[in-house]
Design a protein around this ligand. Structure first.
Ligand SMILES: Nc1nc2c(ncn2[C@@H]2O[C@H](COP(=O)(O)OP(=O)(O)O)[C@@H](O)[C@H]2O)c(=O)[nH]1
Ligand SMILES: [Mg+2]
Length: 274
């Protein structure tokens, strides 16, 4: 089995080398996994892409025009060849030491999809020493967004839009993704939930960087796209012909449907009609 680690990176020259070193140091052999690392930089104006290219065992995709994190991750997924996909930000907010915790439940076959949960009860998610009020507002907003997502999708998640997500590649088969910016994090969780995948949330370390520290999320630009994504993907049709992976064979579709527990009722209705 192979794990594809997708790293969206936009002007991350300060952290990309340390991050790729850390990713390489994770002992995936113990989990029975080969590793593939795909870095996607779109329009970075610093040394991100050249630094990444100098690292061994890394496929670097450099795109000319900056479209956003979602577009970069979608590009990475399109080129991934692994059985499992893990999305890893290029900053050092998340810890690669949490990979085993996130991957184990999938390897064991308990679930198809895990989320690295940044919300630890009794603890503030973002501290950002130099910007206490900003951190307070962002934490509060996170709580409101989480509530909104849970009400819309009838879930009980603590951190549905964490960037740390691991899933079987086959979960995406036949699904189209369209979000270009940080709304992709909402789209991915929303669509997988609607397809019947129930993620488990696993507490992970999270060391929030500040806007000074290089955060790309825009305080006023991005939140409206999240609300729009939440509503849009709740009610959109879920097309079976996606842009990410080749259309499934009938046998493959059956296999996936069986995992989701859908097949019995499908067969039943076929039999009723036929
Ligand atoms: N390729 C690419 N990566 C991006 C873009 N915007 C953000 N990222 C990456 O996405 C990850 C998360 O971005 P970040 O600003 O840290 O978001 P935050 O963790 O929510 O604060 C980082 O690795 C960024 O470099 C983009 O436009 N293109
Ligand atoms: Mg970040």
């Amino acid at each position: 089995m192979k794990l594809s680690i997708i790293v969206p990176a936009f002007n991350e020259e300060r952290t990309i080398v340390a991050l790729l070193d850390a990713v390489r140091a994770v002992d995936l052999g113990r989990l029975g996994l080969e590793r593939e690392v795909v870095v996607v930089s779109d329009g970075s104006t610093d040394a991100t892409a050249s630094l990444a290219r100098a690292q061994p065992g890394v496929a670097v995709h450099e795109l000319g025009v900056n479209r956003g994190k979602g577009a970069a991750v979608r590009h990475g997924i399109r080129h991934a060849t692994g059985d499992l996909i893990l999305i890893q930000d290029a900053d050092l907010e998340y810890s690669v030491g949490d990979y085993p915790k996130l991957i184990h439940p999938i390897r064991r076959g308990d679930v198809d999809f895990t989320l690295g949960c940044r919300h630890v009860p009794g603890q503030r998610m973002r501290v950002m020493d130099e910007m206490r009020n900003v951190a307070r507002i962002v934490n509060m907003a996170h709580w409101v967004f989480t509530w909104f997502f849970n009400v819309t999708y009838r879930t009980r998640l603590r951190d549905p839009f964490t960037m740390f997500k691991v899933f079987r590649t086959e979960c995406l088969e036949g699904v189209t993704f369209v979000s270009d910016r940080f709304d992709f994090d909402w789209e991915l969780t929303a669509k997988l939930v609607r397809l019947g995948y129930r993620p488990i949330e696993i507490p992970v370390e999270y060391d929030a960087r500040s806007f000074h520290g290089g955060k790309k999320v825009r305080f006023f630009r991005d939140p409206p796209t999240w609300i729009a994504a939440c509503l849009r993907f709740r009610f959109c049709a879920l097309p079976r012909q996606g842009d990410l992976l080749a259309p499934q064979s009938a046998e493959r579709r059956d296999q996936i449907a069986r995992r989701r527990g859908e097949l019995v009722s499908d067969r039943h209705s076929d039999a009723m009609e036929g």
